[in-house]
Design a binder for this molecule. Structure first.
Ligand code: AMP
Length: 207
C-alpha cells in the first residue's frame, strides 16, 4: 500500500504514521526526519538548516532526489507511508508520474489548534514521538523508548506562523490535486489520536 499523508505541520501525521507502519508493515518515510538526521556540518545539512530555521521549504529538486533514493530501497517494495512529502504541486506531479500512490489521507485541522500543538510540542530525539507540555508533567525522557525529549528549533511561535503560511500557500493546493486524481480521503484530525487512527484503518481496510 502506497500512502501519502497530507496536512499541515502538527496535524498528527507523524503519530499516525508510526502506528500505521507497524499495522501494515510498510516503512514510515518522513522527509523532515531524513533532513534532521543529516550531519549539521554536511553540505545538505547546512542547506536544510538554512531553510528550516525560517520555516521555509527545501527546494523541490533536492527533496525529490532524496525521496527517490529512499523509495528505491528494498523495504519500499510493498509500499510506504510518506509523511511530509509531497509538499508542493511540482513535487506531487513528479512523484505521481514516476512512482505513484494509492491513497492520500488529508488531516484537516484548524490553524489555531496547530499553533498550540506545535509551540507546546516536545519530541523524542530517538523515536520522534511527540509530547505536549500541557500533559507531559515533568518527564524528560520518552515513555516509549527512553530517548531524550527536546523542543524542535522550528517549533517556536515565529517559525510556526511561517510554516503554517507556507503550508496554506504551497501545500494546501495538493488537496485539490489528489481530489482530482480521485484518491483523496479527508479526516477530521482535530479528533483524538485513537479516533483518527480508527478512521484511517477503516478507510485503508476498505480500499
Ligand atoms: P517536517 O518535520 O515535516 O515539519 O519538516 C521540517 C522541515 O523540513 C520543513 O519545514 C522543510 O524545511 C523541510 N522539508 C521536509 N519535507 C519537505 C518537503 N517535502 N519539501 C520541502 N521541504 C521539506
Amino acid at each position: 500500500m502506497r500512502i501519502v499523508l497530507l496536512g499541515a505541520p502538527g496535524a498528527g501525521k507523524g503519530s499516525q504514521a508510526k502506528s500505521l507502519s507497524e499495522r501494515y508493515n510498510v516503512p514510515h518515510i518522513s522527509t523532515g526526519d531524513i533532513f534532521r538526521a543529516l550531519k549539521p556540518d554536511s553540505e545538505l545539512g547546512q542547506l536544510f538548516a538554512q531553510y528550516a530555521s525560517k520555516g521555509q521549504l527545501v527546494p523541490d529538486e533536492v527533496v525529490l532526489r532524496i525521496v527517490k533514493e529512499r523509495l528505491d530501497q528494498d523495504d519500499c517494495k510493498n509500499g510506504f507511508i510518506l509523511d511530509g512529502f509531497p509538499r508542493t504541486i511540482p513535487q506531487a506531479e513528479a512523484f505521481e508520474r514516476e512512482i505513484g500512490s494509492d491513497v492520500a489521507l488529508n488531516f484537516d485541522v484548524d490553524n489555531s489548534i496547530l499553533m498550540d500543538r506545535l509551540t507546546g510540542r516536545w519530541t523524542c530525539k530517538e523515536c520522534g514521538v511527540p509530547y505536549h507540555k500541557s500533559t507531559m508533567g515533568d518527564i524528560t525522557k520518552c515513555t516509549r523508548c527512553g530517548g531524550e525529549l527536546y523542543q524542535r528549533k522550528d517549533d517556536t511561535a515565529e517559525t510556526v506562523a511561517n510554516r503554517l503560511k507556507v503550508y496554506d500557500e504551497q501545500t494546501k493546493p495538493l488537496i485539490d490535486f489528489y481530489a482530482k486524481q480521485g484518491t483523496l480521503k479527508n479526516l477530521d484530525a482535530a479528533k483524538s489520536i485513537s479516533e483518527v487512527y480508527e478512521k484511517i484503518v477503516q478507510i485503508l481496510d476498505n480500499l
